[in-house]
Structures are given as structure tokens and as C-alpha cells.
Write a protein that binds this ligand. Structure first.
Ligand SMILES: Cc1ncc(COP(=O)(O)O)c(C=O)c1O
Length: 371
């Protein structure tokens, strides 16, 4: 039988994730598998936790990579913090905010939503008004809305909950590693991310962190966490001093994350953010020269996820297909109301390189109709 893996091409991943993976991370993934309770593996786990704390800018003891993709991180945050009837507010300006409200509603939360137009940011003034009218147990927002390319003002929103009993839950799946995330300074109580975006690791793990307040809510639950696999009180015992078996940790994926975090910290967080910004500006400038405009107003543009409006005379699907087949470049389509209207061009992690920008612009120059 033909081995299909031999047919895998080297594709430049410029979609909304996964992003390109550096060779060092591939090498790490292929290190010898150790037992998940092996003493040496435990030291690697400790290393991952320490590096995650640095990347998240947090002192939280409960900082772990969950087994599963970003959505597992989302589900884990909600399932551990919500008890039936809890009042929850979800701030929505794209697909991932909508997914949050679906997850929270399935857990029996009393969910309110506050919606903002897709392509525009969440407005802190509107949130302030809403929380004056109602007391919420949890308020949740997406930092980098991958469906629209908008950066939400997570720090400003966080200030609204200071001294209140509200827990602040933030999705950093697309932002972490590409723009600043300051979990402790911004008053975030529960945060999750994913490995396959600006951390430059394949999909499969979801970094997660809970503040002391979030841990207190977890420990004070009147009802059991209604999901065994994602129950953080059990998972904390595996990642903590006791090392109690919960599930077989995905050992090699954790090697990959270890290496990816080490590379990011070796480069330096600030330098990584600057690199993302520089390549974003180069892309936006190049797209402008090709006659294309961005969906999002400048202050709210994400550097790692560029949403560009598709000109009326362009057959977006055929160009995306040709980019993949003739140029080995992947870019993303629009979702929901933005389907057919935008492309989503990711410059995330290891994909955020000058050569990615020039390769894509050169290909688009050939493919776009000339007027
Ligand atoms: C902002 C955001 N949140 C959550 C997710 C879900 O992550 P995953 O697809 O890894 O489960 C994504 C995936 O693109 C995302 O961009």
C-alpha cells in the first residue's frame, strides 16, 4: 500500500492556524517516548509549567497544558467554573465568542450576551453599563477574534471587575506569543490558549491558567465538575506534587510544547511581538499596493491575523485554490457573515517571517486580475 504520508507537501501555512512549525519542534516531537509518570518526564512537565507562567505573565500555581485543542481549553474553563444557574456574560464579536456562549449555555448557565458588529472591537463602556445592571459570576471575552481579525481591549475590560466578585475569563488562543498577554496585571482569572497559532507547535494542547480566585470557585463548588476528563481538581493532582495518574498525558506533544516555549523565550517575548507587528505592516502595505483594503480599523487590527476585503471582481475560492495548488500557500476564507467577503491571512509564530509576506504578495500579484 502506498504510504500517504510520503505525499505531504511543504505548505506555507498562512491561514488562521495551524501555523508553520520550526524544525526544532519537529525534532522535539520525535524524541523517545517516556512513561507519563517517569521521573525525567516530570522534570519536563515542571519546565513547561515554568515557561508557560513566563509567557502568560502569571504567578498562578494552576497553570497547565490541557490535553486537547483550544476548544478543550475553552470547555475546561467553563466546565470547571460554571454551576447550573450561574449568571454569565459573554462578549461577542465573532465566531469564538459565539462558541463560548454555546459552551456556557450547555452547562446550564444563565447566559447573557453583549454583541458588537463583526470587524469592530468590544466597547468597555457598553460592558460597564451591562455589569451595572446585572451581577455576573463570570464575564468572558476573546482577546484575538480569529474570525474577524479584531483585537479586543482585554486590559481595559479587566479593570471593570476589580474588587468585584466577577471572574474574568479570556480566550488567548490566537493572541498568545504574538501580542502581549498579561494575565495577572490585567486581572484575568481564567485563561486558555492553543499550541497551533503563535506558539508554532502542531495542534493538540491547550495551555490553561486559573487565578487563586478561580481556584477558590472550583474548590467551593456545590456540584461536581460535570466532565471527568477536564476536571481541573483531578488534573491538578497529576501536574502537582502528588503526580496522581489521571489520563495518559500526550508525552510527545508535551515535548513539542516544551521546545516551542523555549524557542519563544529564547527569542524574547518583546522581540516576537515586534516581529509579528513588522511582518503585519509589510503585508498590509503590500496588499494596499495590490489595491486591497483591510476589514478592521487600524487600532484594532491583529498583527497575526489579517482580514482583507476581497475586491468585487475577484473569485476568492479559485484564487485560494490556486495559491494552494500552484504556490503551496494556504490562506483562510471568511466565516459566517464574512464568508466570501474576506480572506484571513495568518502571520502567526514561525509563519510570521518576511519571506512569507513576500512569497504571498508575489503569488497574489500573479493571480489577481489586472484592471
Ligand atoms: C480565538 C479562538 N478560540 C478558540 C479556538 C478553538 O481552537 P481549536 O480549533 O484548537 O479547538 C480557535 C481556533 O481557531 C480560535 O481562533
Amino acid at each position: 500500500m502506498k504510504n500517504l504520508l510520503e505525499g505531504i507537501e511543504d505548505v506555507l501555512l498562512l491561514g488562521p492556524g495551524p501555523s508553520c512549525v520550526p524544525q526544532e519542534v519537529y525534532d522535539a516531537l520525535s524524541c523517545k517516548t517516556l512513561g507519563h509518570l517517569d521521573p525525567y518526564f516530570m522534570t519536563i512537565m515542571d519546565g513547561i509549567r515554568e515557561m508557560l507562567k513566563q509567557v502568560l505573565k502569571t504567578e498562578n500555581a494552576l497553570t497547565v497544558p490541557m490535553s486537547g485543542t483550544g476548544s478543550a481549553g475553552m470547555e475546561a474553563c467553563f466546565v470547571n467554573l460554571i454551576e447550573p444557574g450561574d449568571k454569565v456574560l459573554i462578549l461577542i464579536n465573532g465566531v469564538f465568542g459565539m462558541r463560548m456562549s454555546d459552551v456556557a449555555a450547555r452547562l446550564g448557565a444563565n447566559v447573557d450576551i453583549l454583541e458588537f458588529a463583526w470587524g469592530t472591537p468590544v466597547l468597555p463602556e457598553a460592558v460597564e453599563k451591562k455589569i451595572r445592571e446585572n451581577a455576573y459570576r463570570i464575564v468572558a471575552v476573546v482577546h484575538a477574534e480569529t474570525s474577524t481579525g479584531v483585537m479586543n481591549p482585554v486590559a481595559e475590560i479587566g479593570k471593570l471587575f476589580k474588587g468585584s466578585g466577577t471572574l474574568y475569563l479570556v480566550d488567548t488562543v490566537t493572541s498568545l506569543g504574538g501580542i502581549d498577554v498579561r494575565m495577572d496585571d490585567w486581572g484575568i482569572d481564567a485563561l486558555y490558549s492553543g499550541t497551533q497559532k503563535c506558539l508554532s507547535c502542531p495542534p493538540g494542547l491547550a495551555p490553561l491558567s486559573f487565578s487563586e480566585r478561580a481556584v477558590a470557585k472550583l474548590n467551593g463548588r456545590k456540584t461536581k465538575v460535570p466532565n471527568w476528563y477536564l476536571d481541573l481538581s483531578l488534573i491538578a493532582n497529576y501536574w502537582g506534587a502528588k503526580r496522581v495518574y489521571h489520563h495518559t498525558a500526550p508525552v510527545n506533544m508535551l515535548y513539542g510544547l516544551y521546545q516551542a516555549l523555549a524557542l519563544l523565550l529564547e527569542e524574547g517575548l518583546e522581540k516576537a511581538f515586534q516581529r509579528h507587528r513588522k511582518n503585519h505592516l509589510a503585508l498590509v502595505g503590500g496588499l494596499k499596493e495590490l489595491g486591497m483594503e483591510m476589514l478592521v480599523e487600524e487600532p484594532w487590527r491583529l498583527p497575526m491575523l489579517n482580514t482583507v476585503l476581497i475586491p468585487a471582481d475577484v473569485d476568492e475560492l479559485s484564487i485560494r485554490k490556486r495559491l494552494r495548488s500552484e504556490f503551496r500557500i494556504e490562506i483562510g476564507a471568511g466565516l459566517g457573515p464574512l464568508a466570501g467577503k474576506i480572506w484571513r491571512i495568518g502571520l502567526m509564530g514561525h509563519s510570521s517571517r518576511q519571506e512569507s509576506v513576500s512569497r504571498l504578495l508575489a503569488a497574489l500579484k500573479i493571480l489577481l486580475p489586472t484592471t
